[in-house]
Design a protein around this ligand. Structure first.
Ligand code: NAP
Length: 271
């Protein structure tokens, strides 16, 4: 579905680059059909040189020449970029915005014409095709636009189609989540180091344990509490570890982390 489409990535920063690399690696897009822009010309040109893309100094020219426009600037920069590109857009194009906090209604209002818009919230494990993306359609996007967006994000991981009202929560859970989990992995590895494991080995054990546990939840469809019970032998060692986790408030801390990140996701456009 994506083959042959021309993609413009407006604001090819950390996430834009991650998605481009993931898509190229999955052979979902041709490098020769991808154009990137950035605030600093050398950023766009450097990335284009490295990955075989085209760099453009103009958001408007890049958007006009594309079938798909991926908007990956910071939330506060979306309005400015939209006013640059709005006039040149056509209803046959599709805008996909990954900007946190920015609603499809906000984008549609600034475009001023019925251009299809999809809002997406991916995460950085997309780089290794283990991404998690929530997508929602705007007022002028049809089923085929949703499918096209889905093709992009499926190429770099798992995609769920949701009502737009859930996207701030998805930002707080799965877009911020990798940072939370890296801290969990780092901490498990520190535990391993404390009990005598070499650091590299401890990190590998911790990371693969997180990966495997996530796969168990997704692939068996079992409730995580049941899977936890299966590891927890009566009077064994795991229950002693769980006692420490409960005493340290791990559950409530993670719940609060997602709640706080979600609240912040609602404010990003203004501040
Ligand atoms: N990072 C994540 O994990 C993540 C996850 C989900 C969604 N998002 C969303 O993705 C968006 C980008 O986040 P990020 O972490 O990738 O930030 P970032 O690295 O700062 O990327 C933003 C990019 O926009 C460019 N830019 C700024 N003004 C521009 C303009 N007027 N025209 C064209 N390009 C412009 C910047 O150029 P320079 O490099 O030259 O400064 C930079 O490359 C945000 O809206 C964020 O909410 C991020």
């Amino acid at each position: 579905m994506l083959k042959g489409k021309r993609l413009a990535v407006l604001g090819a920063g950390k996430l834009g680059e991650t998605l481009i690399r993931g898509l190229l690696d999955a052979r979902a897009v041709d490098a020769s059909r991808v154009t990137v822009t950035a605030a600093r010309r050398e950023r766009a040109e450097g990335l284009a040189r490295e990955l075989g893309l085209t760099a453009s100094p103009s958001n408007r020219e890049a958007a006009e020449a594309a079938d798909l426009v991926l908007l990956s600037v910071k939330p506060q920069q979306v309005s400015g970029v939209l006013s640059e590109i709005a006039e040149g857009l056509r209803p046959s194009q599709l805008i996909i915005s990954v900007a946190a906090s920015v609603s499809t209604a906000f984008i549609e209002k600034r475009l001023g014409r019925p251009i299809p818009v999809i809002r997406a919230m991916p995460n950085t494990p997309a780089l290794v095709k283990k991404g998690m993306t929530g997508i929602a359609r705007g007022a002028h996007a049809e089923k085929q636009h949703l499918e096209l967006a889905r093709t992009i994000f499926d190429a770099v991981g798992r995609t769920v189609v949701v009502d737009e009202k859930h996207l701030d929560a998805i930002t707080g859970l799965s877009a911020s989540g990798p940072a939370f989990i890296y801290i969990v992995i780092e901490s498990l590895a520190e535990g391993g180091v404390k009990v005598g494991l070499p650091r590299d080995l401890a990190t590998e054990l911790a990371a693969q344990t997180v990966l495997g546990s996530g796969a168990m939840v997704l692939e068996t469809g079992e409730h995580p509490a049941r899977l936890k019970d299966l590891v927890t032998t009566p009077a064994g060692c795991t229950i002693d570890g769980i006692l420490e986790l409960e005493d340290g408030g791990l559950r409530v801390t993670l719940i609060k982390a997602v709640v706080r990140a979600t609240q912040r996701a609602k404010e990003l456009l203004e501040t």
